[in-house]
Design a protein around this ligand. Sequence first.
Ligand code: FMN
Length: 391
Amino acid sequence: MITAQELVGAASEKRRNDATKEDSQTKEGWHGRIVEDNAPVLRIGPLTLKTPLLLAPIAGHCDLPFRLLCREQGGVGLASTDLLNSRAILNGSAKTLELAATCPADDPCGMQLYGNGDDPLPQAACWAVDHGARLIDINMGCPVDKVAKKHGGSLLLRDCSATTLLAERIVKAVERHSGGRVPVTAKMRLGWDPEHFVAPRLARDLESIGIQAVTVHGRWTIQFFSGHADWARIGEVVSAVRGIPVIGNGDITEPMHVLSMLRQTGCQGVMIGRAALRTPWIFRHAWELLQMPKPDPSLLQEPSVSDKISMIGRHLELLSAQNYSERHALHMMKLRMAWYGKTIQNGKALRESFRTAVSVREMGSALTAFAQSQAAHAAPNRALPSASTSV
Ligand SMILES: Cc1cc2nc3c(=O)[nH]c(=O)nc-3n(C[C@H](O)[C@H](O)[C@H](O)COP(=O)(O)O)c2cc1C
């Protein structure tokens, strides 16, 4: 088993070799890969994260209740909103403002914006600072036609010079508006296709205009989400930047993969997306691994069915607390259950109850009934798990 310190040490060595090519000021400017109390620390400009593990934005999934749930599970260093349209923010679109909602328990919260050079991204970024963003992230990776064909996302990978100028305007606006308190970052793919591996150069150019970290999803735009993320190429981005942290992303499905990604790429942070939808406790387990040379195996055990039921009940509570419409809450919870349900043995009836439920209250009742049936089967005299919700 590799210890966190060995891991960080090895990565530091790679980084150090790269850094010797640079001036000494660069080395002093290191933000990531600092070992404190045996665990790697991730610094993004003025922001020091409690863990180097980030919840990925996943449009339609990573709303406030889900972010809070992941945070409560433990191990999350930063969570961001899903991509937000800069014009929609400034026009006060109710749907976009709902997506941008955050609260003190959702701290530190990043807000991710998308758009192109014609969009009011600097103004939207200042709005985000005023509405709770501790970090502004620019989306340079979304491959979906609606975004990438006209507005931004991966489209920004096609003209790196224009993208760097756009990012500079955002950085300057946020710097002025927040007094240097809020860092601006970028989340990109490797490039549009394998003939255009722009991420190393783009990351370096973005660093030179003040971007304080880059997240690299190791796929090409044309791949969408198929195939595999290329971690070796993420490593090339790590080697290309002078001092800012690189956050690796793509295909982390097990806590151990976090260690592998850090080791293989030399990146300083790891972002987890789809695996969190299914196993929101993955951050806690990965964090245990990062902190302890030999973590107690019980700490890495998959939660029991009753813990999972409590977690789903908690999600219902968090959803209900947001005053969403019943329709929206039902839709979100059905989505959630499609993922959570995969990890619950004998949970077919429960999944079906959620699928056909017409109210959130009905979902709460189905959960309580399932918890009772589980408890009756497992240990008739044990206290029931607290699956009841206030919905
Ligand atoms: C349905 C879906 C929606 C996504 N929405 C966003 C988004 O809003 N912003 C973003 O930067 N990335 C988005 N992504 C990409 C993820 O953040 C992440 O880069 C990708 O899923 C790879 O990480 P993973 O293998 O850990 O899931 C989305 C991915 C999926 C599957």
